[in-house]
Design a protein around this ligand. Structure first.
Ligand code: PHB
Length: 588
């Protein structure tokens, strides 16, 4: 809750105000991320933080400018870009990159859900999830935190706790007996599950190197976990197999899974000891696009004025700079961000103080801690592509006053996955889910232009290519020439080929790998805008919107896609092979 007492005291020491500002910003992010409804009004945030309204407005303006929050009326909402923070921790920990592929292989071989979690204070936080898609499946998200006493990994972690950690846990049981501070724990009735015998379960887990969750977190859910230790013998994470009582008892799951669990945990320990020999998931670059340099932040200050809190922006860029495996020294963090040493130092110490970073025993190397994932990662990890794109479409529609949509390729058709219509009476009426022939639509043409040309030609050859009116291109050579043009121009304009009176301008949306995964368009009534008008006035807005969607998509899928060995795309592949529509979770 509010750290106002601390922050007020800080403001009195040199640089204290900068630290207090960073703390306020992180508190606002944390409160928004923890809010089940996904939004909080400014008045709610003023109440919850104890901040003055003017201070909250400055924090909100800064976070909005950096793309971490959105505003809708008086409400503030977390934005997908918040996943940059969790992405930085996941990259630095190397767990998804090194161990993710092994976890996915185990899930495939057992045909049960598998997860990896790490110790986080008195809880276990998920960092890899490989769910099987079943009707009876609880799926926690990467970033979710479970209380140690109510999951299998928790007993393994607690086996290593010292007296101070046990005291911390007992205090939490007293102050929060229902584990209400843990967002994803289902409410329960009756005796507290897991707490009474937790100490003896932790002892047994320490001795046997195995822990079982027999419906501790939720009725029906059973899990078996093994520890994975690093080269120094300390537990790095726990590997769990999770099932449901409709398929397994805790005991039958243990018998079934144990041999393969042991083999996988052993392979994981070897991968941690010798990363060079590991079968790595595509590891994102150590320095992500997220680190904003000092010059960029100064430019933002010039643009936004006094509302822009540089110390908050600087602190957040220090946080994201720590995505290098092994962490950074103060000098390296100052270099990575372009900030003065004193500024970087203040931010690092504040991040340590809040539990988002650690400086180790000698405060020489700063590493991100799993708690960083509470800053919106799990809240955004369940996002669908429709929800990711729609706010940007709405902004675009407000600027251009015409309808905008996103579509993906589905066989020889395009399928609408997001749409915001203008209120204009003559608006073209198309719902999400609508299919249209790819060959006759601007979105279809940029999607086809993004495919290898042989594949696009095959697809066109297979499609009906019916003349929908006198203007429709139907001949293969004409269509292939149109695709070439779209490839060169970076957009496609289709003028009344689909329907008389309808013009559409579309640009591609790329994934992290640079592949075209969706198309974004603005459709207009021919009487309202000429083709030239579309190219001159709408194209720049459309391209800028595509960039914003691409940035969010990249942040949202950094680890969701690369931890899966087959790297299934976050949204349907351009050839329409993935039936999982626009669900970003489909990648796991
Ligand atoms: C999970 O991965 O969802 C999971 C793992 C271990 C538990 C409970 C749930 O004890």
């Amino acid at each position: 809750m509010p750290r106002t007492a601390t922050t007020t005291a800080r403001a009195a020491v040199p640089g204290g105000e900068a630290v207090a500002t960073l703390e306020r910003g992180l508190t606002v992010v944390r409160l928004l991320a923890a809010e089940r409804s996904g939004r909080l009004s400014r008045a709610d945030l003023v109440r919850a933080t104890g901040l003055a309204r003017s201070s909250l407005d400055r924090v909100a303006a800064t976070l909005r400018h950096l793309g971490y929050l959105r505003a809708e009326g008086q409400d503030l909402l977390p934005a997908p870009r918040l996943m940059e923070f969790g992405n930085a921790y996941l990259a630095a920990s190397r767990i998804p990159a090194l161990l993710g592929p092994l976890a996915h292989r185990l899930a495939d071989r057992l045909d049960e859900s598998v997860s990896i979690s790490v110790p986080d204070r008195d809880g276990a936080r998920f960092v890899v999830q490989c769910p099987r898609r079943r009707a009876m499946a609880v799926t926690f998200q990467v970033g979710d935190l479970l209380p140690a006493e109510r999951c299998a990994p928790g007993a393994l972690f607690a086996a290593d706790w010292d007296e101070e950690q046990w005291a911390h846990w007992r205090r939490r049981l007293r102050t929060d007996p229902l584990a209400a501070g843990f967002l994803v724990v289902p409410p329960h009735r009756g005796a507290l599950p897991g707490a009474a015998d937790f100490e003896s379960r932790a002892r047994r887990a320490g001795q046997s190197g195995l822990a079982v969750d027999d419906q501790l977190v939720e009725p029906g859910l059973v899990a078996v976990a093994l520890p994975v230790t690093g080269p120094d013998g300390a537990i790095v994470c726990a590997l769990s197999v999770v099932s449901h009582t409709s398929r397994h008892t805790a005991d039958s799951l243990r018998k079934l899974a144990l041999p393969l669990l042991r083999t996988s945990a052993g392979a994981m320990e070897r991968a941690l000891a010798d990363p060079s020999g590991a079968d790595l998931a595509a590891e994102p670059p150590a320095v992500g696009p997220a680190v904003r340099g000092a010059a960029q932040l100064r430019a933002a200050k010039d643009e936004i004025g006094p509302e822009f809190l540089q110390s908050l922006a600087r602190g957040l860029s220090v946080l994201t700079s720590l995505r290098t495996p092994g962490g950074l020294t103060l000098t390296e963090a100052a270099q990575a961000t372009g900030l003065a040493r004193a500024t970087a130092r203040r931010a690092l110490l504040a991040l340590c103080d809040l539990g988002y970073a650690s400086g180790g025993s000698d405060m020489r190397r700063f590493t991100l801690q799993p708690r960083v994932l509470e800053l919106g990662y799990a809240a955004q990890a369940g996002l669908t592509f429709e929800r990711l794109a729609t706010p940007y479409l709405a902004d675009l529609v407000r600027r251009v006053h015409d309808s905008s949509s996103v579509a993906v390729l589905d066989g020889v058709d395009i399928r609408y996955v997001a749409r915001v219509a203008t209120t204009r009476v003559m608006g073209v009426d198309l719902a999400v889910g609508t299919r249209l022939p790819a060959s006759a639509t601007a979105m279809g043409r940029v999607l086809l232009a993004g495919m290898p040309s042989g594949q696009a030609a095959d697809l066109l050859a297979r499609s009906a290519r019916e003349p929908l009116n006198g203007r429709t291109l139907t001949e293969l050579p004409d269509l292939l020439a149109a695709l070439d043009r779209a490839r060169t121009d970076g957009f496609a304009l289709v003028d009344q080929e689909l329907e008389a009176g309808l013009r559409s301008l579309a640009v591609p949306v790329h994934d992290r790998a640079g592949d075209v995964v969706a198309a974004l368009n603005v459709a207009v009534h021919a009487a309202h805008r000429t083709s030239d008008d579309l190219r001159t006035h709408v194209l720049p807005e459309l391209a800028a919107t595509a960039r914003l969607i691409e940035d969010d998509l990249a942040a949202a899928t950094e680890w969701l896609s690369s931890a899966a060995p087959l790297g299934r795309p976050a949204i349907p592949a351009p050839d329409g092979t993935s039936g999982e529509e626009s669900d970003l979770r489909a990648v796991r």
